[in-house]
Ligand binder design. Structure first.
Ligand code: AHR
Length: 534
């Protein structure tokens, strides 16, 4: 139970902060202001959140809660595939613990086989008897590619976990013919040679595949193409995406990264009518420097704050790329598909490529990005975190027979309530969290209303030192019953480690009180909370 301060001094202070937030890039206060005479920061701050339950927006597509599995490091091999003879319990070679965890999460979408790897992957390498598949070098990420995990294994895995497959097609070193044959092999129920080959390789019925990515980062690892060249290439490939079943493919063009607005403009100007989606990639690096990205686990408040500031840039990218898309596609037929997002830290010496631990900080990053996708549900209709297992901001980490669920996994679990619900506008009035020259909002939220009329609100408290006393007001719906879960820990570096009791797991959220039209909540510092209001 909480009590919310109501003094007019508090209101005045809050208004001043809202009307005049310290700007990002503003000069640091003079040293004198930081002496012992400066007021001690309060252990909590006050905020207000209004949710317009009577003004629902677009449906939140469950596909925005997807993830990505690339042939990279231990993402596929060890993370999913251990082989049928492994002492690690498995189903047809795929580890049972990972299957169970992703199935429980009801992961809606899994992108495969890359990433950069996709533009050098030739699908025929991964079909047929495993002992006859070619062994190749994984030239992007190192190590041998045995092709033990190929198309049939991926599709089997997708069915075992109950997810929709999202297949990335090789454009950079492939051909329209190779693509067309792959699509036919996967989805034709005819007696064509390719459909018969699939049957011979053990799969009678075609798979259901709708989403296909036509290339990946073709401005970079996918061929270093100019936007105009890729637009033409994309149209060529897209023309040969034919229909082999009742379901048409949804064609996703390889889109921009970060602020590559020119790429979006060119693609939308030249290829909109060939597209069902345009991808966007954005990685959060605490330092913003690819040579020294920062540690996944050893960091202090400056790195915490910088990470929040950098991940919030996703909001700017969504706004700006969406605005360009609106110009060419005002009816919003083309989805913005954020099929790579997440934190990217320095890989620790000795770890497998792009392996990083995952702390409470990553949970906050996940919450902010998922809030942004919820808020942009009219345009962002699919997304994939990078990546699902043992790579970058993973949902799951494995070590031999052991497995841990990361804080990011738990955020995905908490946010499941938003899937298929209608996005609701949120208005937040909260002070800024200022550190040095940087400033971010203390709170970040999204809300939705499901088919039963239940309103779900997810709120991240970015401030690692202060809890929030939040007045939540729902317009257009009375608040009678509230329940929730929260994810926090005593340290910002808390993580779930192998062989130790998990330090970051969701707990029931009880710190609220219904008062008339409002719900008063106390949100712990550095936390992610999801409440459901009926
Ligand atoms: O997710 C790791 C890599 O990041 C992907 O292969 C590539 O698409 C991106 O640059």
């Amino acid at each position: 139970m909480i009590s919310v301060p109501r003094s007019s001094a508090w209101r005045l202070a809050l208004c001043l902060l809202i009307l005049n937030p310290p700007a990002f890039g503003q000069a640091a206060p003079p040293a004198a202001a930081k002496t012992a005479t400066a007021p001690k920061p309060s252990a909590s701050f006050d905020a207000a959140l209004t949710i317009r339950a009577d003004q629902p927006g677009a449906k939140i597509d469950p596909r925005v809660y997807g993830s990505f599995a690339e042939h990279l490091g231990r993402g596929i091999y060890e993370g999913i595939w251990v082989g049928e003879g492994s002492p690690i319990p498995n189903t047809r070679g795929m580890r049972n613990d990972v299957i169970a965890a992703l199935r429980k999460l009801q992961l809606p979408l899994l992108r495969w086989p890359g990433g950069c790897f996709a533009d050098e992957y030739h699908w025929r390498d991964g079909i047929g008897p495993r002992n006859r598949r070619p062994r190749r070098a994984n030239t992007w990420w190192g190590g041998p590619e045995t092709n033990a995990f190929g198309l049939h294994e991926f599709m089997d895995f997708a069915e075992l976990i109950g997810t929709e497959p999202y297949v990335s097609i090789n454009v950079g070193s492939g051909s329209p013919r190779e693509m067309a044959e792959w699509l036919e092999y996967m989805t034709s129920d005819s007696d064509s040679e390719l459909a018969q080959l699939r049957r011979k390789n053990g799969r009678q019925k075609p798979w259901k595949v709708k989403l296909i990515g036509i290339g990946n980062e073709n401005w970079g690892c996918g061929g270093n193409m100019r936007a105009e060249f890729y637009a033409d290439t994309y149209k060529q490939f897209a023309t040969f995406v034919k229909k082999y079943s009742d379901t048409a493919f949804e064609r996703i063009a390889s889109g921009p990264s970060d602020e590559q607005y020119a790429w979006t403009s060119v693609l939308m100007a030249q290829a909109t009518k060939f597209m069902d989606g345009l991808s966007l990639h954005y990685y959060t690096l605490p330092t913003g420097n690819w040579d020294h990205k920062g540690s996944a686990t050893h960091f202090g408040e400056p790195e915490w704050h910088a990470t929040m500031m950098r991940t919030l840039r996703m909001g700017t990218f969504l706004n700006k790329h969406s605005a360009i898309m609106d110009k060419y596609d005002p009816q919003k037929h083309v989805a913005l598909v954020v099929d790579e997002w997440g934190t990217w830290y320095d890989t620790e010496p000795g770890a497998s490529p792009l392996y990083q631990q995952n702390t409470l900080r990553d949970a906050l990053v996940a919450a902010i990005n998922l809030n942004l996708f919820n808020q942009h549900s009219d345009r962002v209709r699919a997304a994939a975190s990078a990546q699902a297992i043992n790579v970058l901001q993973a949902l799951i980490l494995t070590k031999g027979p052991q497995m841990v669920l990361t804080p990011t996994y738990h955020v995905y679990d908490l946010y499941r309530v938003h899937r298929d619900a209608l996005s609701l506008p949120v208005e937040l009035q909260a002070p800024r969290y200022v550190l040095g020259q940087g400033s971010v909002p203390t709170l970040h939220a999204s809300a939705s209303r499901d088919a039963r009329g239940v309103v779900h609100v997810s709120i991240a408290n970015l401030d690692p030192n202060r809890s929030a006393q939040l007045k939540l007001k729902l317009t257009g719906a009375p608040s009678r019953k509230v329940s929730g879960r929260t994810l926090t820990a005593s340290n910002m570096t808390a993580l779930n480690d192998f062989g130790a009791a998990p330090a970051v797991t969701p707990a029931s959220f009880e710190s609220f009180r219904i008062e008339g039209e409002q719900v008063l909540l106390t949100l712990p510092s550095k936390s992610v909370t999801v409440v459901s209001i009926e």
